[in-house]
Write a protein that binds this ligand. Structure first.
Ligand code: AN7
Length: 325
């Protein structure tokens, strides 16, 4: 990275999952899970989502000719993600409360046999999401650390499952340590990790600018805590300000546009370096889970440097001023 001077790690890579077909890591698991849904003869698929799961599910469901139903937290889904779901033909139920309430709807409806659920309670999602670990190993070998944002905790569970299986079959001979990063206003797992609790105390009203990980009751918490423990990893939280700073750093020094939840991994890496948990000489991969275009409002409302002029002449003289300044 160009910004090694700021991150203070000599060898750090960003694994960018924003270039997947719908712009986030969710496509890895969704292609598998929708293929299975098709194989099983399912007519309707459904999910709760902070946005990316639904965008991905709707695109793959469209291709498979399966009807997509989604349950979203009202007012808390970033515009790009919502636009994708609408474009691909979703029927949308907005619920008050947050993602955790939306997920409750899906779990209850699937218990009643009403829908085929495509949240990460669906094991095929996790199977597909293992591939991020395969690619990292393929591209840079086994790093010392993999840093990953954590919301509902499916991705960190999948990453660890994939890596452990690679080691089991002898394709790699060591495992990385995992660093899971949550947003400070939505960090039930960090608290459980810090206080060595057997299970997390869920958060009723999670709040963060990183709406993708605005989750207070992560369903995959048992697997996530196990992954952290087995990998001798860590779980920390980062503030919204730290997330925005990291988003800007990636955008302006690396030319890499990521959404706020994804920038959490870079913010977390910075913090872990500052705290001396990660050493300058360790090899680090930070996963950036989604594209900046997912959340155009956050990207365009925080860093504006723009001017308005009334005509070509005024624009030219302003340009002259800006260049010679
Ligand atoms: C960009 O779309 O939960 O820990 O419903 O969109 O596996 O939940 C999204 C999560 C990280 C956290 N980065 O992953 C959803 C949803 C981005 C995300 C996460 C999400 P998990």
């Amino acid at each position: 990275m160009n910004s090694n001077d700021e991150i203070k790690v000599n060898e750090v890579y960003v694994k960018f999952d924003g270039a997947n077909p719908t712009g986030s890591f969710k496509d890895r698991g969704m292609t598998v899970a929708i293929s299975m849904a098709k194989y099983l003869g399912v007519n309707v698929v459904a999910c709760a989502s902070t946005g990316n799961t639904s965008a991905s599910m709707c695109a793959y469901a469209a291709r498979a000719n399966i009807k997509p139903l989604i349950v979203l937290p009202k007012g808390n889904v970033a515009k790009g993600k919502l636009a994708q779901a609408i474009l691909h033909g979703a029927e949308i139920v907005f619920v008050g409360g947050g993602f955790d309430d939306a997920l409750k709807v899906i779990i209850e409806a699937s218990k009643k046999g009403l829908i085929y659920p495509l949240n990460s309670i669906n094991p095929w999602r996790i199977e597909g999401q293992k591939t991020v670990g395969y690619e990292i190993v393929d591209e840079v070998g086994v790093p010392d650390w993999i840093v990953i944002p954590v919301g509902n905790a499916g991705n960190i569970s999948a990453l660890w499952k994939g890596l452990v299986e690679l080691k089991k079959i002898g394709l790699i001979d060591k495992l990385p340590r995992l660093a899971g990063i949550q947003a400070s206003g939505a960090a039930p797992l960090v608290k459980a990790y810090r206080e060595s609790l057997d299970k997390p105390v869920f958060i009723e009203d999670p709040e963060t600018i990183a709406t993708a990980i605005r989750i207070g009751k992560p369903v995959n918490w048992p697997r996530a805590l196990k992954a952290i423990k087995e990998s001798k990893g860590v779980l920390i939280d980062v503030s919204d300000d730290e997330i925005l700073q990291a988003q800007r750093l990636l955008a302006r020094r690396e030319g890499l546009g990521v959404e706020p939840a994804s920038a959490a991994s870079i913010a977390g890496l910075r913090k872990l370096r500052e705290e001396g948990v990660i050493d300058r000489n360790e090899r680090v991969v930070a996963i950036a889970t989604g594209h900046a275009l997912k959340d155009p409002d956050t990207a365009s409302s925080h860093y504006v440097k723009s001017y308005e002029v009334k005509d070509v002449n005024e624009a030219l003289s302003l340009l002259h001023k800006l260049i010679t300044q």
